[in-house]
Design a protein around this ligand. Sequence first.
Ligand SMILES: NC(=O)c1ccc[n+]([C@@H]2O[C@H](COP(=O)([O-])OP(=O)(O)OC[C@H]3O[C@@H](n4cnc5c(N)ncnc54)[C@H](O)[C@@H]3O)[C@@H](O)[C@H]2O)c1
Length: 522
Amino acid sequence: MTSPDAEGCEWDFEPDLESWGGELVKGAVCLAGPQASISAKNAHKECLRRGVGFGHTFTSMENNPANTSRRDFIKTATQATAGLSVLSGIKIPYVHAQGDDIINVALVGCGGRGTGAASNSLGLKQGTRLIAMADVQENRLEASFNGLSGKHPDRFSVSADSKFIGFDAYKKAIDMLRPNDVVILATPPAFRWVQFKYAIEKGVNVFMEKPICVDAPSGKRMLELGKLAQAKNMKVGVGLMCRHCRVRGELFDRIQQGEIGDIILGRAYRLQAPVGTCFTHPRDVKTDPNELIYQIKNFHSFLWASGGAFSDFNIHNIDEICWMKNDFPIEAKATGGRTDRGDYVDQNFDHYSVEYTFRDGTKFWLEGRNAFKTHNEFASYVHGTKGMAVVSTAGHFPSKAMTFKGQNKNPKEIIWRGKQPEPNPYDLEWQDLVEAIVNNKPYSEVERGAMASLVTVMGRMSAHTGQLVTFDQLMAHDHEFAPNADKLTLDGPAPLIADANGKYPIPQAGVNGLYEYPVQKA
Ligand SMILES: NC(=O)c1ccc[n+]([C@@H]2O[C@H](COP(=O)([O-])OP(=O)(O)OC[C@H]3O[C@@H](n4cnc5c(N)ncnc54)[C@H](O)[C@@H]3O)[C@@H](O)[C@H]2O)c1
């Protein structure tokens, strides 16, 4: 760990930009690397400048809170119990049936983003209250409980009886909700269809994080489930929050009105140091006795759990370009590879390059990379016949969206610049969802979220297989990474099996046809 910087933060790893959720522990120890890029440091300072609350502490792969030690867990659990004794004295009226307009919220998946999303929901003007929490890891639930009860004491009504642990915990949390309430689904995406299906059976509204599927079969299932939810008049939000950014919304309108002519090219970059759990060391049975929980803790490393680093990180930029183009691509032609990564056992390539083609023949290039000491950029651009537009500048927000005459970002040629400061899109996505609930307006982001997730899968599949993949080929593909995601148990096997050396199948372009890795026999 290096000496603290001017903000009192220590840097020993690149911050996990993706997991901020727009929030960050104020004054948190920031574990950014000695080689932390300028952009990461600036982004972090921006977070401190905004005085944002909690929701995520920066983590290195080695310091992931998923790996909280037993000592830390006992400390957290003790604090949480102390918090509960205070909270259990608070009586919150339960009068929904008599016209109470409070919306109850249940959180499933109490990690970084789930905690952030719950916090966004509890920060709304509309009365909301968190009443249940579910996770498969007790230490994650307790840490989240601790943080949320401290930040939103007036909106927090979770007790020992409404904290649930295990693979069926989501059912118990959802069972506590009434029809107009909301469940947050923020586990790794492998479980999205399982938990969404149950929420539909129970008729509760849903906020679910992206991606919402990791392969074609689960994507098709989500599209079908989305229709069922709509038929039941459920309101469903999907965590592609940039779609709720008002400045990008204005940019979209300007582009549709022809401000930069017809779009002929999109470019998106997610070039960063390794973040989250995208690189993973072999399991050490002493610290990680349970193979399935080890894979869940390191979900960015396993295609069944997350769709890998490609799906988890790149989907936002892919979705932004598709939004501006007002269409989804029909074909992907990609390359990628894995440099020497020592004994890391994850299934990810560390660099990807995708050429997407839209129906009208126009192209969209995506560059994704997780590597140290390389150029960092987290931005999206579109080019039209009369000019170009910045959709994202550095991360999710502020977008600092702009349009220019011509193809350069020439300050002398600016046509329009989005009004600053921009509201946090992680708050806006909740405002929009809850407004739809309160006014009973139709609201479903499932089709759009599934399409963004599937188009992301198409690019990843093309890179991992080395084949040109059309959307039709993707949708006809049968490789479902975790068909048994609804049947997993804490003491059961994981969907991916390691070989005798503790290694997992890594995609090899040109080797397995359109399969990203050989289908494993149980
Ligand atoms: N919209 C965004 O900007 C954004 C940012 C970060 C993460 N995300 C998304 O949020 C999701 C979670 O990411 P994260 O960074 O919070 O991960 P995380 O590891 O911090 O949290 C995931 C939590 O889910 C729990 N979990 C796993 N399987 C479960 C199951 N079957 N039932 C109940 N709990 C289970 C884990 O124990 C963990 O506590 C991912 O889909 C990710 O892509 C979105």
